[in-house]
Ligand binder design. Structure first.
Ligand SMILES: *[C@@H]1O[C@H](CO)[C@@H](O)[C@H](O)[C@H]1NC(C)=O
Ligand SMILES: *[C@@H]1O[C@H](CO)[C@@H](O)[C@H](O)[C@H]1NC(C)=O
Ligand SMILES: *[C@@H]1O[C@H](CO)[C@@H](O)[C@H](O)[C@H]1NC(C)=O
Ligand SMILES: *[C@@H]1O[C@H](CO)[C@@H](O)[C@H](O)[C@H]1NC(C)=O
Ligand SMILES: *[C@@H]1O[C@H](CO)[C@@H](O)[C@H](O)[C@H]1NC(C)=O
Ligand SMILES: *[C@@H]1O[C@H](CO)[C@@H](O)[C@H](O)[C@H]1NC(C)=O
Ligand SMILES: [Cu+2]
Length: 591
């Protein structure tokens, strides 16, 4: 009886509180949300009436969890188990009307199925490799894999590839929330279409009525990815030129056939859109005519929301935005431009608009005639992204290593191009994943492993410095962590910490190393395992632009749980990967 009374009183309090949050509020005061969380968690065992997620209370979640929760410090809410089955097949696809192309799809669709779970849930994903002549391995981009390194899906590092005809089960907890994607991490395979998007529902820093879901952007080539990767690593003339782009898997082609993707909205509502750059080699800028974006997250980190007409998105990066359908009932362009400062696309030779359509209910089915902002063609990251939950980096840190990004060319081997870190490209050994070597107690990771060790439970600071004369921006992605971006710039870092950002710097899992410049990153060694950090331009990763962090080696075995899937996978792979049993060889980094 007493219990019920208390619950009742709490929900009355809720009404008063939610009523007090102005409907149009775009920024939620952290102190208020924090107070709510305190109130909720102090009434243990009582269902959380004080903070229920809804269109006007997106800051709330449940039972003492809200947008103000520091998910790096607090365990996630108790969740359920969510299971998916994915099967990779060798098939063909004609997404833009430009013609069929061989692809390797997940469950026969491009993009693959949207995987959806909630904050605190455990995802169980069964992956079946139904390809005849390729291995595979699926990486859950941006998922923290706290104490589950063997489920990170990186062949040669955290697992043996999944052999043809075999399956693997990946199990991991959703400790963060927001938008991401999953993709093959096996050689150039994701450029064959082996990818899909992923949503972890949770609280947000701005309110909206409806969630339109994920909006993956990619470039599209009419030539198979493995053929292009081979060309790219032997090319003296730069990377291959994409033929088109796809927005959520579709687009109009250079001859005008094919169709634009349509987002359908109702006037008077606010919508969340989850934009993801899943491309192989293209930086994009995006805007929506007459509908500015309220940006609420960058990668898996909620940020203080801000309004922008246009966003630039590097490969692997995600921005969740809210748009307000408050314009006249009509069609509007969602514009996509190519970062021609660091790439190209055949569609820029045509007058065909690149993008998708925002269609109001009641509008005609014709293409928009709307006008918008001047689109960028640059390849630099967005700046001023302030994490909603402030965390800081110790100011006493000094760089642990200067990682020099250079390149090498083997002219004897038909002009073989490699990116090097401190003189060595990273080449994965599929038969002997680094995780296996580490667990066996050995430090013999091989000549091309690019291992950097982090032995203590402490913060580490890394300096990535371009030394090559090839000035290209590189989207650097870290597994197992969000890194803190202390600074970046052109030229060589002068070693001075003046001007670096230690107080609540942007943290995310992909940041751009500026063309010819440097990038300074920090993160704490709080996740024992082996974590790669690589360029997310697929060609560059294939050409060796990667390192791996060996994090608290002596704690790995004790923290990551059962290795049964890992061991089974290696047994099956080694049975398959024997000379004479496969028509193709590993010709790149394997990542
Ligand atoms: C996909 O099918 C094509 C055509 O049959 C074949 O040449 C190729 O080896 C197959 N690829 C894989 C990875 O099984
Ligand atoms: C993109 O397509 C997926 C799969 O059909 C769908 O779930 C999602 O809502 C679409 N995205 C948008 C922004 O409409
Ligand atoms: C995708 O990432 C690539 C490489 O970082 C970048 O060139 C491109 O602009 C990004 N696309 C979008 C839409 O941001
Ligand atoms: C980078 O590579 C070039 C040759 O490709 C070499 O001359 C130069 O010394 C290298 N720089 C560093 C810092 O390794
Ligand atoms: C693969 O490598 C083996 C052993 O080096 C060699 O005999 C075979 O010809 C290679 N196959 C291809 C397709 O290059
Ligand atoms: C994967 O299959 C494609 C053909 O579908 C082939 O071009 C490529 O070499 C294969 N890669 C490996 C390492 O087997
Ligand atoms: Cu790169």
């Amino acid at each position: 009886m007493l219990f019920k009374l208390a619950a009742c009183w709490l929900s009355l309090g809720t009404l008063a509180l939610t009523g007090a949050i102005p409907r149009e509020a775009q920024t939620l005061a952290p102190s208020r949300v924090f107070a709510e969380r305190q109130a909720a968690s102090s009434t243990t065992q009582v269902a959380d009436g004080a903070c229920t997620n809804g269109p006007r209370t997106r800051n709330c979640w449940s039972n003492g969890f809200s947008i103000a929760t520091d998910f790096d410090a607090k365990a996630p809410p108790a969740g359920k188990t969510v299971t998916y089955n994915l099967e990779i097949t060798n098939t063909t696809l004609n997404p833009d009307g430009g013609g069929d192309r061989p692809v390797m799809l997940i469950n026969g669709v491009f993009p693959g199925p949207v995987i959806r779970a909630s904050w605190g849930d455990t995802l169980v994903v069964h992956v079946k490799n139904s390809l005849e002549h390729n291995g595979t391995g699926i990486h859950w981009h941006g998922l923290r894999q706290l104490n589950s390194c063997q489920h990170d899906g990186v062949p040669g590092v955290t697992e043996c590839p999944i052999a043809p005809g075999k399956s693997r089960q990946y199990v991991f907890k959703c400790t963060q929330f927001g938008t991401s994607w999953y993709h093959s991490h096996w050689s150039a395979q994701y450029s064959e279409g082996t990818l899909g998007t992923l949503i972890i529902d949770g609280p947000a820093t701005a309110n909206y009525d409806e969630d339109l879901g994920t909006l993956p952007l990619t470039e599209w080539y009419y030539t198979p990815g493995f053929t292009l990767a081979e060309q790219a690593q032997h090319s003296q003339a730069g990377p291959p030129r994409p033929d088109n782009i796809l927005v959520n898997g579709t687009h109009v082609n250079a001859k005008g056939s094919g169709k634009y993707f349509k987002m359908k909205v109702k006037k008077g509502k606010k919508y969340r859109v989850r934009i993801i750059n899943t491309s192989v080699d293209t930086t994009f800028s995006v805007s929506m005519d007459k509908h500015p974006f309220t940006v609420i997250t960058s990668d898996f980190v909620p940020i203080k929301s801000f309004v922008a007409d246009q966003l630039t998105i590097a490969i692997g990066q995600r921005y969740d935005v809210v748009i307000n359908a408050n314009q006249a009932v009509d069609n509007y362009w969602f514009r996509v431009s190519i970062g021609t400062a660091c790439g190209s696309n055949a569609m820029t030779d045509t007058d065909i608009p690149l993008g998708a359509i925002l269609q109001y209910e009641g509008a005609s089915d014709s293409n928009p005639t709307s006008t918008g902002v001047q689109m960028r063609t640059t390849c630099t990251d967005e700046t001023g992204l302030v994490p909603f939950v402030p965390n800081s980096v110790p100011t006493s840190l000094v760089p642990q290593a200067e990682m020099k990004l250079n390149h090498s060319i083997d002219v004897n081997d038909n002009f073989l191009f490699r990116w090097t870190i401190d003189g060595t490209p990273m080449i994965a050994d599929w038969n002997t994943p680094s995780l296996q070597t580490a667990i066996s107690g050995s430090n013999d990771f091989g000549e091309f492993s690019n291992v950097y060790e982090m032995n203590s439970n402490n913060w580490y600071f890394w300096w990535i410095q371009t030394t090559t004369f090839i000035p290209l921006p590189h989207p650097i992605h870290l597994h197992g962590h969000d890194f803190y971006i202390l600074g970046s710039g052109s030229g060589t870092w002068d070693g001075s910490t003046t001007g670096l950002n230690f107080q609540n710097p942007t943290r995310r899992d992909v940041a751009t190393l500026p063309a010819g410049g440097y990038l300074l990153l920090a993160f704490p060694a709080d996740n024992p395992g082996l974590w790669v950090m690589h360029c997310h331009i697929a060609w560059h990763a294939g050409q060796g632009l990667s390192v791996q962090f060996l994090e608290r080696k002596s704690d790995i075995k004790g923290s990551i749980g059962s290795l049964s899937e890992f061991n089974k996978g290696c047994d099956e792979w080694k049975d398959y990967w024997v000379p004479g049993n496969h028509p193709y060889n590993q010709t790149d980094s394997g990542l």
